[in-house]
Design a protein around this ligand. Structure first.
Ligand code: HEM
Length: 224
């Protein structure tokens, strides 16, 4: 073994994807909007707007799970317990009231994200898993800190208005460990693995696009 060899395990897909997207994750974290919400520096409508954008994104992502259910790889990545759409609808109902659907407007960056989801996550297992990984593993990581911070800052009750961040019956740490084991056992060729990693990078870029648009919209005092 040469001195320059990587330590054992670094060729695993879960390790490769993390290593290749550290920069993209840092950029997503730096985009500012989520930190501003966590600190309560924006009006509550800005948080409701994020929830509305999530509704479009998770509608496109979770319908891909149905479209792709027969694919043998996707079949091993179906987790009904992760579904966020019902929680998002309950949050929107709490935040906007019974006519919540009248408040749903997709920002241009959200439409771009959903178009990509329909093109990629509804057609190829690499695309589906890339987008699933980026959103849900993120929700089970930084989301577990953001949810309680947002609830505190906006005076939300125990669960109402921020159910999106609460995964009933899912232990984030063990779920993420299980998910990484699954990722490492997918029978993808190296080019398919690379396609997956490239699509995760793209998913980060799309998320940054949505967060940047929300940031400029609400830091300029937008009203709905
Ligand atoms: C304020 C914003 C954010 C914070 C504080 C944050 C924080 C974190 C932390 C602490 C981890 C490591 C968790 C662990 O190793 O178990 C993590 C991982 C992750 N985050 Fe974020 N995050 C933020 C934004 C985002 C965004 C916007 C996305 C994408 C939509 C995202 C997606 C991910 C993913 C996919 C991972 C897992 C990486 C891996 O496989 O290790 N994060 N985040």
């Amino acid at each position: 073994m040469s001195l320059m060899a990587d330590p054992p395990g670094t060729d695993r897909l879960s390790v490769r994807v993390r290593r290749n997207t550290v920069g993209a994750h840092d950029a997503a974290q730096r985009s500012g909007f989520l930190d501003s919400l966590a600190a309560g520096q924006l009006p509550w409508e800005a948080y409701a707007d994020l929830t509305a954008q999530h509704w479009f994104i998770y509608e496109a992502l979770e319908s891909a799970a149905t479209t792709m259910a027969d694919d043998p790889v996707v079949a091993t990545f179906l987790f009904p317990e992760l579904r966020r759409l019902p929680s998002l609808e309950a949050d929107l109902q709490f935040l906007y009231g019974p006519r919540w659907a009248d408040h749903l407007f997709a920002l241009p960056a959200t439409t771009t994200y959903c178009t990509r989801l329909r093109d990629v996550a509804h057609r190829a297992a690499t695309g589906f898993v890339a987008h699933q990984y980026t959103r849900y593993i993120g929700d089970l990581s930084g989301g577990q800190y953001l949810g309680p911070a947002i609830a505190r800052s906006y005076g939300l009750p125990a669960t109402d208005g921020h159910r999106f961040f609460i995964f009933a019956g899912v232990d984030p740490m063990s779920f993420k460990n299980h998910y990484r084991v699954l990722l490492d056992s997918v029978p993808w060729s190296r080019p398919e693995q690379d396609e997956f990693i490239a699509e995760v990078t793209e998913a980060y870029r799309l998320n940054i696009g949505v967060l940047s648009e929300l940031q400029s919209r609400w830091s300029q005092g937008a009203q709905k």
